[in-house]
Ligand binder design. Structure first.
Ligand code: HEC
Length: 261
């Protein structure tokens, strides 16, 4: 291999790395893939940049979810990043621990949890990344009364779920209507969902309930990636840097080859 072809090969490898790096940055900036379900998912409103939403979500999370689920990757003190002052965290949000530097763990032992619910409630630190925000938004709005289940509740996107409808006081009690039809072509029986029926009203109107769940989901999203904002801002600088670097690499390449013809 001559020096010239080696040089050309190196330049190509360099360009390859540049393209790969760009692709990587774009891939990181893109939203995670959504899980596929038979029930169409509702789109979660994007409240991730709204501090009031995130704070309301954090409050709902600590009050309604932290009894059973932990968030072991999350420190209470981190809530200062979404604008909740330390004093307020200490006074209003610390239930399961007494130190603001602690993580959001729970007192329930996994074995007990398993015995009580059949399944241990999973840690929710990165749940929004695992399931996607739209899934969470739909899941928390799809509970319905079902007396055949041990908890008395069932869920449309997570059939026979082990979790009760912990927000039922806010949403009220609903039942789900299903229709059994026979497919004209295949002759197969189809059991399809046709709608919810409100049995008793909740303390929130349906619109306010949706908005509370949106806040909770925004918080779960933020918690699964507290660095997201910084990362996106950094991404812009990385792209600019790569652009400038490519320009210099191109000019340098031209300068090197100027006399070798
Ligand atoms: C009474 C205990 C309890 C409370 C309170 C509770 N959960 Fe659950 N949760 C469970 C159990 C048990 C499961 C596991 C269910 C299963 O896999 O069948 C679960 C499962 C889940 C899942 C699905 C996890 C997965 O990916 O499989 C999500 C999401 C979830 N809970 C969110 C929440 C949120 C948000 C709150 C607060 C509004 C909450 N939970 C409050 C007990 C609870």
């Amino acid at each position: 291999m001559t020096t010239k072809s080696l040089f050309a090969a190196l330049t190509r490898v360099g360009a390859g790395f540049g393209v790969a790096a760009l692709a990587l940055v774009w891939a990181l900036a893109a939203a995670p893939a959504q899980a596929q379900e038979n029930i169409p998912l509702d789109r979660a409103p994007d409240n991730g940049e709204n501090l009031a939403s995130l704070q309301h979500g954090a409050q709902l999370f600590v009050n309604y979810c932290l009894n059973c689920h932990s968030a072991n990757l999350m420190r209470y003190s981190r809530l200062q990043d979404i604008g909740i002052p330390q004093k307020q965290i200490e006074d209003n949000l610390l239930f399961t621990t007494d130190k603001v530097g602690n993580t959001m763990s729970i007192a329930m032992r996994p074995d007990d949890a398993k015995a009580w619910f059949g399944v241990a409630p999973p840690d929710l630190s990165v749940e929004a990344r695992a399931r996607g925000r739209d899934w969470l938004y739909t899941y928390l709005r799809s509970f319905y009364r079902d007396d055949t289940r041990p908890t008395g509740w069932n869920n449309l996107v997570y059939p026979n779920v082990g979790m009760p409808h912990v927000l039922w006081q806010l949403q009220g009690i609903r039942t789900a209507k299903f229709e059994d039809t026979t497919d004209a072509e295949t002759g197969e029986k189809v059991h399809s969902f046709t709608g919810f029926q409100q049995v008793t009203p909740g303390t929130l109107s349906p619109v306010d309930y949706d908005s509370a769940v949106a806040d909770l989901v925004a918080y779960l999203g933020w918690m699964s990636e507290p660095e997201q904002k910084t990362r996106k801002q950094l991404g812009v600088w990385v792209l600019l840097f790569l652009g400038v670097l490519s320009f210099f690499a191109w000019r340098l390449n031209a300068a090197y080859w100027k006399d070798i013809k």
